[in-house]
Ligand binder design. Structure first.
Ligand SMILES: [Zn+2]
Length: 157
């Protein structure tokens, strides 16, 4: 099925109805970053934010219908923000963000500093220190202990 670009989006509804497959639709004619599903390893499908949300945010979504997993991209980009996440992992990532984001959003920390400290806490390299790349266990570690870690005295020198 093809989405009518001028009409209301039906693809997201089709997703929930279980009608979308990984090859249902690729709005960019085959552009993808060879993104594979975290769970089954199969190539992910790709759709635009307009098709996904019914509103054009200029970003895209990679998805795996059989695993009910997906991940978004930055605006104007086909680079995924991280790995595909199923419902459980999406919820954990959301909770992990709720722990981390206040530090730079309203507690006066520089965002880079927060992520440097997060990497220190997690033992991850800077390029891997993104919630969007964390798995269930890593998210749980953030939720369980990052606030306590941040209360420790800052190491100097
Ligand atoms: Zn999958």
């Amino acid at each position: 099925m093809d989405a009518d670009p001028t009409g209301p989006c039906t693809l997201h509804e089709a997703w929930h109805a279980g009608e979308v497959t990984n090859t249902t639709h690729n709005p960019q004619g085959g552009i993808n970053m060879n993104v594979n599903c975290t769970y089954c390893g199969n190539p992910a499908g790709c759709m635009s934010s307009k098709e996904w949300y019914g509103r054009d945010y200029g970003s895209n979504i990679y998805y795996c219908r059989p695993c009910d997993a997906y991940v978004g991209t930055h605006k104007g980009s086909f680079t995924p923000l991280g790995t595909l996440a199923n419902k459980e992992l999406r919820a954990l990532r959301s909770k992990a963000h709720a722990v981390i984001d206040p530090y730079w959003r309203r507690m006066g920390y520089n965002r880079k500093t927060v992520y440097r400290l997060l990497g220190e806490y997690m033992g991850t390299a800077p390029n891997d220190t993104h919630i969007g790349m964390f798995n269930n266990e890593q998210c749980q570690k953030v939720i369980d202990g990052f606030q306590a870690f941040m209360k420790k005295p800052v190491k100097t020198g």
